[in-house]
Design a protein around this ligand. Structure first.
Ligand code: GLP
Length: 267
């Protein structure tokens, strides 16, 4: 795994947006996996700016979001579909028909998983997946003790996650406790992962993910089995990493090698 430790959230947004834009410039019909939450919003702003300045076009890009709440209509102001429209899709030149979010409003939510897996397969798989991380180590809505071989399915949220996300809901407003989320295996099958984390409240989850044992207790630790994952994190989120200095040291060598010989690892 690559661990890129940067000064602050702004640098995390700039660096990750640069990787996304470079990927799309190389392969205009990139299949991009997207995440919600507050962390990637600054990266989305960078992507919007790059698009407006003509540095990249998203016209051919296709996207798959990680997760959605069960029981909210896509037009609901707290649905992840609305979140994506408002924070990215409405402000870039993407064809909205090329954007997918798991259907959270099916009469039978159990049908959503196989349906979504099929859509991803038909698109040829995900080239680059953006992830955030929950304070409990979840990725998407794969809560602790999720099967490391799970696929897109209905997942019950933990109390911690419901509490963490309650800030987005008005008092007394219905807040879903069920979600549809890509599974851990679905995520492990993507070609490249960028996991973004900022702030001290993510430090324990990041340390468990990178340096802890691989275990369902910290779903993000499953990324230790992923072929090409890059953690892009700020100093605060890196503050509990034991081998922090080593990661910085490695990066110097790696950047030099890539400058000289290019990156042969695909996307
Ligand atoms: C939600 C999302 C995750 C996201 C996490 C962290 O629960 N399902 O995909 O990574 O929140 O969110 P934030 O970036 O707001 O801390």
């Amino acid at each position: 795994m690559e661990v890129i430790i940067l000064k602050n959230a702004t640098e995390v947004a700039e660096r990750s947006a640069r990787i996304v834009c470079d990927t799309v410039n190389k392969k205009p019909n990139t299949v991009l996996g997207l995440a919600t939450g507050s962390t990637p919003v600054a990266m989305y702003k960078e992507m919007i700016n790059a698009n407006k300045e003509g540095k990249v076009s998203f016209k051919q890009m296709r996207t798959f979001n990680l997760d959605e709440y069960v029981g909210l209509d896509p037009s609901h102001h707290q649905s992840y579909r609305t979140f994506m429209n408002e924070n990215l899709f409405n402000d870039i030149d993407i064809d909205i028909d090329n954007t997918q979010v798991p259907p959270g409003n099916l009469e039978n939510p159990m049908e959503a998983g196989p349906y979504y897996e099929d859509l991803i397969a038909k698109a040829g798989g995900i080239d680059l997946q953006i992830l955030g991380i929950g304070t409990n180590g979840h990725i998407g809505f794969n809560e602790p003790t999720s099967s490391l071989a799970s696929r897109t399915r209905v997942k019950t949220l933990t109390e911690t996650t419901v509490k963490d996300n309650s800030r987005f809901f008005k008092e007394g407003e219905f807040q879903p406790t069920l979600s549809i989320t890509m599974g851990i295996k679905t995520i492990l099958e993507t070609k490249r992962v960028l996991l973004l984390a900022t702030g001290k409240n993510k430090a324990k989850a990041i340390a468990d993910a990178i340096e802890g044992p691989m275990a369902g207790r910290c779903p993000a630790s499953a990324l230790q089995m992923h072929e090409h994952t890059t953690f892009i994190i700020d100093e605060d989120a890196a503050s509990q990493l034991e081998m922090k200095e080593y990661y910085k040291y490695v990066l110097g060598f790696q950047d030099n090698l890539i400058d000289k010989f290019g990156d042969s690892r695909g996307v």
